[in-house]
Design a protein around this ligand. Sequence first.
Ligand SMILES: Nc1nc2c(ncn2[C@@H]2O[C@H](COP(=O)(O)OP(=O)(O)O)[C@@H](O)[C@H]2O)c(=O)[nH]1
Ligand SMILES: [Mg+2]
Length: 423
Amino acid sequence: MKSEKTAVLLFREDPREESHPEKMAELRGLAESAGYKVIAEISQRRGRDRRFQLGKGKIAEAVSYEPEKLIFQNPLSPGQMFNISKEFEVQVIDRFNLILEIFASRASTREAKLQVELARLSYEAPFVRTIESLKKLSERPGYMGSGSYDVSMYRDIKGRMVKIRAELKAVEETGERRRERRRELGFDLVALAGYTNAGKSTLFNRLTEETVTAKDQPFTTLSPTTRAVAAKERRFLLTDTVGFIDDLPLFLIKAFRSTLAEIVEADLVLLVVDLSDPPEILRDKLASCHQTLWDCGCYAPIVSVLNKVDRIDPEVALERCELIRDLAPNPAFISAREGHGLDGLVDLITEKLPPLEEFKVLLPSSEAGMGQLSRLYEVAEPIEVKYGEETEVLLRGRREIVARALKGTERPELLPPQPLAEG
Ligand SMILES: Nc1nc2c(ncn2[C@@H]2O[C@H](COP(=O)(O)OP(=O)(O)O)[C@@H](O)[C@H]2O)c(=O)[nH]1
Ligand SMILES: [Mg+2]
C-alpha cells in the first residue's frame, strides 16, 4: 500500500551543542508518516554552510542514493533551497515542508484544509519573492517539488491568502456540527494522541485490524484515518492523528491545531508514549502532551498508554512507570508491535468511556413509530421489544445519543434508567 516515494534525510548538528539523535529519529518518523521510504540518513557536525546548509560533499553523497527527495532537518533559507536544487538537480524540502505535507494529507475538515493551505502559502511567499528577485523564473522544475513559479506568483499568493482568511471566518463553527453528526451515528470518539514515533499508527492498525466491523464504510468520508472498532460489547470510532510535534514555527501552529480537531472532539484520548525513551525525555514529552491537550481545549478523560514495553526489561518498565506516575496514572502497558497488553487497554477504554445506560422507550405502534424503532437500532443495542398498544423498547446505549435519535417524533418517551425487566 505504501507508495514508492524515496528520500534521504540530512541533518546538520550544531558543533556547539550536544548530539541530538532523537531529532533524526523524529525526522524519520515524520518522513514515514508522509509516505516516504527512507533510504539513508546522513548527519554532519559542522557550522552552517551559507549556500548549502551542509557540506557539498555530504549532499553529493545523499544524491548518490538517487532519492526522489532530500529532506533536511534544519530549516533551509529560500536561497539554500534554490542553490541545492540547482546545483544537484534534485528536489529538496525541509522539516517544515514535510510537516506541511503531512498536515495536507491528514486535513479532514474544511477548516483544516484552509489552515494548511494558508500555512503553505505564508511559508512559500518569501521563497517565491526570492526567486522572482533572482529573475530565474522558468526552468526550475525541481524547486520545492512544486513546479515553476512565474512573475506574478507572489502577488497571486498574497491575494489567495486574503481570500482564505475570509473563508476561514465563515467555516469556523462547522466543527461542532461534524462532531454532532458522528454522535448521531451512535459512536463514542476515541482519539490517539502522542508524539511522532510513539507508536500511534501501529496501535491504530492493531486495534482496527483485530476488530474491524462491517460498519466500517461510512466513516471513510469523515476522515481517512477513522475506523469503527467493536471491542467487548463497546463500539467506538478510533482516530489516528498526526499527533504532537515540537519546535513548530508560528506559521504552522494554526494548521497544527486544526489537525488536532479529532482530539478536541474526542470522548476519550489515548495518550501514547514510548516507554523506551530516556526518562527525562519521557517526562518532558508527557508534560507537554498534557499542556497541548489542555491548550487546545481537550478536556476528555485520558488513558495513558505506555508503549514499546518489548524494548525494555519489565523491572525498568515499572521503575519508569513509577517515575511518571503523576503524569500517567493508572496506565496501560502495551507493545503495539507485538500485540501485548491490548486486552487490558481495551478494558481501560471501556471503563473510561461515558457509561452505557439501560432504559425504556415507549413508541407509538404506528408506521412512524416503527421508523423510529429502526433508527434506535442503529444507535443503541436493543435488549427487548414488546409490541402492544404501544411499543415498549428496552435499550442499552448512551442516553444523549438515544434522545437525539428520538427527536422530532410525535410521542417519544424516554423513561429514566431502570433495572432490566424481570425474566
Ligand atoms: N519495538 C517496538 N517498536 C514499535 C512498537 N510500536 C511501534 N513501534 C515502532 O515505532 C516506530 C513508530 O511507530 P508509528 O506507529 O509509526 O508511530 P506514530 O508516529 O506515533 O504513528 C515504527 O518503526 C514502529 O514499528 C512497539 O510496541 N515495540
Ligand atoms: Mg503515525
